[in-house]
Each structure stands twice: as C-alpha cells, then as structure tokens.
Design a protein around this ligand. Structure first.
Ligand SMILES: C=C(CC[C@@H](C)[C@H]1CC[C@H]2C3=CC[C@H]4[C@H](C)[C@@H](O)CC[C@]4(C)[C@H]3CC[C@]12C)C(C)C
Ligand SMILES: C[S@@+](CC[C@H](N)C(=O)[O-])C[C@H]1O[C@@H](n2cnc3c(N)ncnc32)[C@H](O)[C@@H]1O
Length: 387
C-alpha cells in the first residue's frame, strides 16, 4: 500500500477548502489556468521546435553509456575532481576517459537545450543567436583561407554544428574527430540529413594521438575543445604534426584572462566550478595557451580575446543569463521524466550539474576572469625539421 505523507494530504485539504470558497467564475478561471499549465507541460515534454532531429525530453539518453550505468558513471565522474581549491581532475591520466564519459552524459541535453553547436558566440547587433553562432564559425573558414579542394581538420568536433558551417561556407572538405562514439553517430546523422555528408567525415579518436598521417591537412581548427586536453602541448603538437607546412591552426580557447587573480578565493572557486561542470582537467591562462603553441613549433599570428575585442557585440554569457528561467523549467521537466522512470537514473543529477555550471559561467563572464573565446591563430612554418 502507498502511504501518502501527511504534509501532502494537509496541503490538498487546504487547497480544496480554498477552492470551495471561490465564486463559479473564479473556479472556471482556475480550471482553465490548470488546463493551460498541463498542456504547456506536456507540450514542453514532447516539443522539438523546428529541429526534428533534436531529442525530446522523453528521448534523453546517456549517450554511449547504458541507461542502467548512467548514475554510477556520473558518480565516478564527480568523484574524480579533487576537493582542494584549484585541484581539478586529481588523476590527470584518466582525463580522456572521463571526458568521453562526460560527453555521453551531456550530449543529448546539450542538443535538446542548446543546439548542434556546442560553443558560445558573441551576439552580433541585429542578428539572432543562430546567425551570430554561424558568423563565429564562418570566421574560422576565413582565417584558415579554406577553399574548395582543401582538406580541413575539426579537432573536437562535437555533433558537427561548426563542421557543417565551415564545409558549406568554404567548399572545403572537413574531417572531424571526437573522443565520443555517440557524438560520431549524431554528427554523421546530421551531416547526412543536412546534405553535407559529401564534404565531411567524422572519426572517433583521441586528439592526443590522431589516426592521420603527418602533413595531411590544409588547415585545422578547434572550437572550445582543446581545453579538455590534460596538457595543451599534447594536442597542439598533434595538430602541428598533421598540418601541412605553411598552413594555419585556429583555436577558440577556454582560458582565464588577465583579470584572474589566483590569490582571490572567489576567482578560484568560479574556475573550479567551471572545470567541474564542463569536464576540464584544469584551466589554463591565455598566456599558457599562447606559449603551448609556440613550444610545439607554431608561429603565433594572432592572439585576441573575442569576448572583449568588440564594444558592439553582446556578451557571450547573455544567452545563458537569459535562459536561467528556461533552465529551471527544464529541470522540472527532467525531474518529471525521472519520477515516472522514463529517464535513465542519474540524468537528473547531470542536469542539475549543468544548471549550476550555467551560473558559474555567467559569474566567470560578469567578473571577466574567464573567456571561452580567446582566439589563437598559429602557422606551421614553411620549412620544419619534421615536415
Ligand atoms: C565548450 C563546452 C560547452 C559549452 C556550452 C555549449 C555548454 C556549457 C554549459 C552548457 C549548458 C548549461 C545549462 C544547460 C541547461 C540547464 C539545460 O536545461 C539545457 C542545456 C544547457 C543550456 C547547457 C547547454 C550547453 C552549454 C551552454 C565545454 C564543455 C568545454
Ligand atoms: C565543447 S565540445 C565542442 C564541440 C565542437 N567544437 C562545437 O563547437 O560544437 C568539445 C569537443 O571536444 C572533444 N574532445 C575532448 N577531448 C577529446 C580528445 N581527447 N580527443 C578527441 N576529442 C576530444 C569532445 O568529444 C567534444 O566533441
């Protein structure tokens, strides 16, 4: 037998008594409001918007992780972060595996609540979010001077939102690499559906040890992805190896800015929270990122924080700030689906982590201690020993 807690029965009795006191018109209004709220809830659970490829609330999965293992994998992920300030992932040798787990846990939620491009963008005047996002991606094709017949590498390609823009605006062929098999499947599905398959390829692999021959690509880029590497030199060195001499590599890096003070506990806390909610082993400074590129042999062509480069673009974190009520509604939806046993156990906790990290990212943006878009443009010299 199910025992209903006293607090619930008391609340129901009180509400019924209050409802009885209402006039017929008021009762009618309450009925209509209740009906509209229920329709809104059911609609939100099923709604996919214009994008029919996007999962509905009922379709959220744990990516490549079996539904029964989601909770256990999330707990293991959470436990891998140290409790000390500034510690990040304690055992850095496990980073790549943990990042793979992280993306199985979040990929459906990202597509459901954000879209197919897993990055931020400055909001351009008189342009909506999608146009601003596409412009941020198209800048890459321009900086790499891509054109038809060329081969580009998308290092950490997610489900391929940027790859589809870069290939379609430039006509170049783009190969994406991601550590997560579920993302490979999603990216291929979208590429085929959007008619971009002939200009793209997606492979599962570790960007620290890529399955490509030396000097394969005419250009390479990484959008908000190399921050996951246990050591930046590891991934930059691999990109250097697979690029042809004279070609360019551009990255939008997640870094702490010159405003970050490692002695300020509030700054350290914000960065720790960002690391935890985004699968980062640690946060690098913009200077460390510049140096990592130079250390592997690149020449630095441009270094610029796009978050502050323009005084007319809107802040990258505005989309998160505007979405904070949606995040709360989304959490109610995920909680509801979890309660009726239609979401993998543990997905509610993953969603909670994202609700929290959204707040930390906003704090990182408002204080200016963090940027997800420090642009670094590197060139592989024409003549190198390994070329
Ligand atoms: C580059 C990375 C990912 C950047 C962003 C794409 C994601 C960072 C935080 C994510 C989100 C936060 C809140 C979620 C919300 C609670 C949920 O209901 C819907 C999805 C979110 C909006 C989600 C979407 C993607 C992010 C903005 C990292 C990982 C290096
Ligand atoms: C935040 S997502 C960005 C995805 C994509 N660049 C975009 O903007 O939509 C980071 C990506 O880096 C990939 N990644 C992280 N570590 C990786 C590794 N060691 N090898 C390959 N891909 C990795 C993740 O799988 C994910 O696809």
């Amino acid at each position: 037998m199910v025992t209903v807690p006293a607090v619930v029965t008391k609340t129901v009795d009180r509400l019924t008594a209050e409802f009885d006191k209402l006039s017929t018109t008021q009762k009618y209004a309450v009925g209509v409001a209740g009906g509209v709220a229920s329709l809104y809830l059911v609609g939100s659970l099923l709604y996919k918007g214009n994008d029919k490829s996007k999962p509905s609330t009922f379709e959220l999965t744990g990516g490549s992780i079996e539904a029964s293992k989601v909770k256990e994998e999330f707990d293991a992920y959470a436990d891998s972060y140290g409790k000390n300030a500034g510690e990040g992932i304690v055992d850095r040798s496990k980073t790549v595996h943990l990042v793979d787990i992280f993306y199985s846990l979040v990929t459906d939620i990202y597509e459901w609540g954000w879209g197919q491009s897993f990055h931020f963008s400055p909001k351009l005047p008189n342009k909506d979010l999608r146009a601003s996002e596409a412009a941020h991606e198209a800048r890459i094709a321009a900086l790499l001077r891509l054109k038809p017949g060329m081969k580009a590498l998308d290092c950490g390609c997610g489900v391929g939102g940027p790859m589809r823009t870069v290939a379609s605006v430039s006509g170049a062929h783009v190969t994406g690499i991601t550590i997560n098999q579920y993302q490979v499947d999603r990216a291929k599905h979208h590429n085929a559906k959007q008619g971009v398959a002939p200009l793209t390829n997606v492979v599962r692999g570790d960007f620290l040890n890529m399955p490509f021959k030396d000097c394969t690509f005419d250009g390479a880029y990484a959008i908000e992805a190399t921050c996951h590497a246990p050591k930046l030199e590891g991934v930059y060195g691999e990109i250097f190896r697979v690029l042809k001499p004279g070609c360019y590599f551009v990255s939008y890096e997640w870094v702490s800015t010159h405003k970050y003070d490692p002695k300020n506990p509030e700054h350290v806390r914000i960065i720790d929270e960002i690391n935890f909610g985004n699968g980062l082993p640690e946060m690098r400074t913009w200077k460390e990122a510049e140096d990592a590129g130079k250390n592997v042999g690149f020449e630095l062509v441009m270094s610029l924080d796009l978050a502050t480069a323009s005084i007319v673009s809107g802040p990258w974190y505005e989309r998160l700030r505007m979405g904070k009520y949606t995040h709360a509604i989304n959490h109610a939806l995920v909680t509801a689906v979890d309660a009726v046993g239609m979401a993998p156990k543990g997905l509610k906790e993953v969603h909670h982590m994202l609700v929290e990290v959204a707040k930390s990212l906003i704090k990182g943006g408002e204080t200016g201690v963090f940027t997800p878009m420090h642009l670094l443009l590197f060139q592989k010299p024409e003549a190198t020993a390994s070329a």
